[in-house]
Write a protein that binds this ligand. Sequence first.
Ligand code: GLU
Length: 257
Amino acid sequence: MRIVLKIGTSTLAHETGRLNIRRVEELCKVMSDLKNAGHEIILVSSGAIGMGVGKLSLHKKPEDIPTKQAAAAVGQCELMYTYDKLFSEYNHTVAQILITGEDIENTERRTNFENTMRRLLELSVIPILNENDSIATEQIVIGDNDTLGAIVATTLQADLLIILSDINGLYTADPHKDKNAVLLHRVEEINPEIEAMIGGVGSKLGTGGMITKIKAAKMTTAKGIDLVIANGDNPSNVYDIVEGKDVGTRFIAKKVD
Ligand code: GLU
């Protein structure tokens, strides 16, 4: 299977912005193992701004754009250093690709991106993508990595997109407010009833929330790709998701010819 795994900031970093070492080590181990088992792995990793916040001791996510972009530049290095080191322990090679909205909208650049990605996969590399936060401006920004994950999965005709976050999946109501809220394991169709279950909350350091995840699910399922939203706090869940077990919420792909 060709698997795109999107990891949110809340999964990678503590609230301080510092790396969640145990979590990231376990995730890299699971991804390495899945790769050894014959799967292709593409990682979409957030955390550049979050880790920059930690490394620059900024105490909270900056609000002004230059500081955000500076934090991303610092944090992205830290992120790639960490992935390179951990995947190397399992003899896997990683590559960094940073893109913006323009790279997707411009046909030539999109083709270039696609060709590079395909070549990296042929070379058995694990591509690690993020938005190029240090140069992206409002006009050209993709904006969030759930959407980036869906763009990558659809462009490369992946078999599965997994989004790991600090939530278990989609609930019938807000589980923090309603104790009768039930986790939905399978969503066959994103209809108005499902849309009504979406809350707008995100974490302190991350960007998305359920809205961007559902948007990503609409994009992938329309192209015949399942999307699973699951909690990143237990990395071995990823094995179960790949085996098709009920973990988190699975948005079932539409049949495409
Ligand atoms: N690109 C941002 C970062 O790495 C995160 C965007 C997102 O989480 O959606 O900090």
